[in-house]
Write a new protein. Structure first.
Length: 114
């Protein structure tokens, strides 16, 4: 790609491999555009919702991961509604659920390297 970003499908695969390499489980909830789709990670631990992270482009051209959507304490209904709304308005969006043992560490490492 001309802007230097990895294609979304490739980055999605790398995130899934990373989670699985650390003993977690990952699944694609919604497959977006393989080249330019936005990425939204649904972070869980033992089936309990922790956070949602979305890759966003910063003003300086870097990728940043920001927390979006319902908080950990919100109901599963709110999460389901949020994800349905996001995919309805952005068909190119990748939704990836990661069920991982140390979600706080994963979130910190992911947001620090963006």
């Amino acid at each position: 790609m001309s802007d230097g970003r990895l294609p979304s499908g490739l980055e999605a695969s790398a995130i899934i491999r990373r989670a699985e390499a650390e003993g977690g489980f990952a699944t694609v909830l919604h497959r977006g555009d393989p080249d330019r789709g936005a990425l939204l990670l649904v972070i869980t631990s033992r089936g309990r919702h922790i956070a949602c992270l979305e890759r966003q482009l910063a003003m300086d051209g870097r990728d940043l991961w920001n927390a979006v959507g319902p908080s950990e304490s919100d109901s599963s209904t709110k999460l389901a509604e949020f994800l349905a709304r996001r995919t309805r308005f952005d068909a190119d969006l990748w939704l990836i659920e990661l069920d991982i043992a140390h979600p706080e560490r994963f979130i910190a490492e992911t947001t620090a390297t963006s």
